[in-house]
Design a protein around this ligand. Structure first.
Ligand SMILES: Nc1ncnc2c1ncn2[C@@H]1O[C@H](COP(=O)(O)OP(=O)(O)O)[C@@H](O)[C@H]1O
Ligand SMILES: [Mg+2]
Length: 141
């Protein structure tokens, strides 16, 4: 399945998150593709808020993995931007996280592409001519 959603402003993210939440809950592993400033972290923050994550969400650019609680569930917010090698991906324990039951929201998934489960929700965010954000969403049925 693929679909495209457009956010003209940050306020439109609420509506996009609302539409995607059922898929996020089904797939649990979400890969966010997009250049710096595309809005990956912003999207994940809104998503976490809507899902009922307790406390603040921050960008994991330096921490690489942030862990949040969401009721009985755990959310791992992961940013692979600073990783350069497959060895680093291995030592991070990403495969174990992907095999586990937690939600994983991953920015810069490219270096670990082949490790994502088949049932991953892929979201590509790009910026349009008027600063609008275009969300291309892909997943297998
Ligand atoms: N849907 C959007 N519409 C307009 N501006 C946005 C949107 N999403 C994010 N931004 C802005 O873009 C900037 C970068 O967002 P960020 O989420 O940090 O990007 P990334 O994590 O992809 O590098 C922020 O200043 C944010 O306010
Ligand atoms: Mg980011």
């Amino acid at each position: 399945m693929r679909k495209q959603l457009i956010a003209l402003t940050i306020a439109d993210l609420d509506q996009i998150v609302l539409q995607l939440t059922p898929f996020v809950k089904k797939y649990k592993k979400v890969a966010l593709i997009g250049e710096i400033g595309a809005g990956k972290t912003t999207f994940i923050k809104v998503l976490c808020h809507k899902m009922g994550v307790e406390g603040n969400t921050a960008s994991p650019t330096y921490s690489i993995i942030n862990e949040y609680l969401c009721g009985e569930e755990t959310v791992h917010h992961i940013d692979l931007y600073r990783l350069n090698t497959k060895e680093e991906v291995h030592s991070l324990g990403l495969m174990e996280l992907f095999e586990g039951n937690s939600y994983c929201f991953v920015e810069w998934p490219g270096i670990a592409e082949e490790y994502f489960p088949e049932q991953t929700l892929w979201i590509k965010i790009s910026t349009g001519e008027n600063e609008e954000r275009i969300f291309d969403v892909f997943h297998i049925e």
